[in-house]
Design a protein around this ligand. Sequence first.
Ligand SMILES: C[S@@+](CC[C@H](N)C(=O)[O-])C[C@H]1O[C@@H](n2cnc3c(N)ncnc32)[C@H](O)[C@@H]1O
Ligand SMILES: O=C(O)C(=O)C[C@]1(C(=O)O)C=C[C@@H](O)C=C1
Length: 243
Amino acid sequence: MNSSQDNLFAKPYKQVSDFQFDDKVAGVFNDMIRRSVPGYGQIINTIGDLAQQYAAPNTKIYDLGCSLGAATLSIRRRVEGRNCQIVAIDNSESMIERCNENLAAYVSETPVELVCGDIRDIKIENASLVVLNFTMQFLAPSDRENLLKNIYQGLVPGGLLVLSEKLYFKEDKIQSTLDDLHLDFKRANGYSELEISQKRSSLENVMKPDTLAEHEARIRAQGFEQFSVWFQCFNFASMVAIK
Ligand SMILES: C[S@@+](CC[C@H](N)C(=O)[O-])C[C@H]1O[C@@H](n2cnc3c(N)ncnc32)[C@H](O)[C@@H]1O
Ligand SMILES: O=C(O)C(=O)C[C@]1(C(=O)O)C=C[C@@H](O)C=C1
């Protein structure tokens, strides 16, 4: 996938503005997320494996907050021949434009409906798999329950939700220990102290992580029968829930 190197926060800003998924971010996003989220590549590959297990014939698969289409591409490779339709949605025009190019680079018989829109406004229907890969953390906390309701109602029985998120920990020493490990991961990937601190300020008002207990309680409250974390590295986790 095409992406320039992320140096968006490398020069000092007098005032750091709130993080947005604009054209600048979309242009470096593949590099940014791989250097910022431990296990991202593994999570993308595993979403494909889960699609192979869960995508039921003649159903839909939703990739909510698809960005450049990494999860959609991973899924599409694994569900050929099942008459599935993938619906990939993002409200950033720059992401959708680039996602469209990325999808067009590979031949596939599985159609992808690419939607530039808000995931809070669409109706999920006849879904065997719904993916929220580091997207829900950017919704206002008050909107998260409704989104999960919509997902639960739109899943077929036995359907799967994959939810990946940055986590917050209520226990202060655990929070600071795992946060420090994440910062070391970013340093090891070449980010400077200035880049790390400016990006942190930029995300502060925009990205509001929940605790794992909050995620589990909200998911189970919708009626999901089974729930587990299948991946965790430091303060990043990916969860599965089965209807
Ligand atoms: C961290 S990125 C997701 C990464 C992507 N799922 C992946 O696996 O590479 C979050 C994405 O969610 C999108 N987003 C945030 N809020 C949204 C909303 N309300 N509706 C649609 N997309 C949204 C952003 O534009 C951004 O592209
Ligand atoms: O928490 C951070 O420092 C991050 O950079 C995380 C994160 C994410 O989890 O989505 C935030 C914004 C970018 O989309 C890439 C990574």
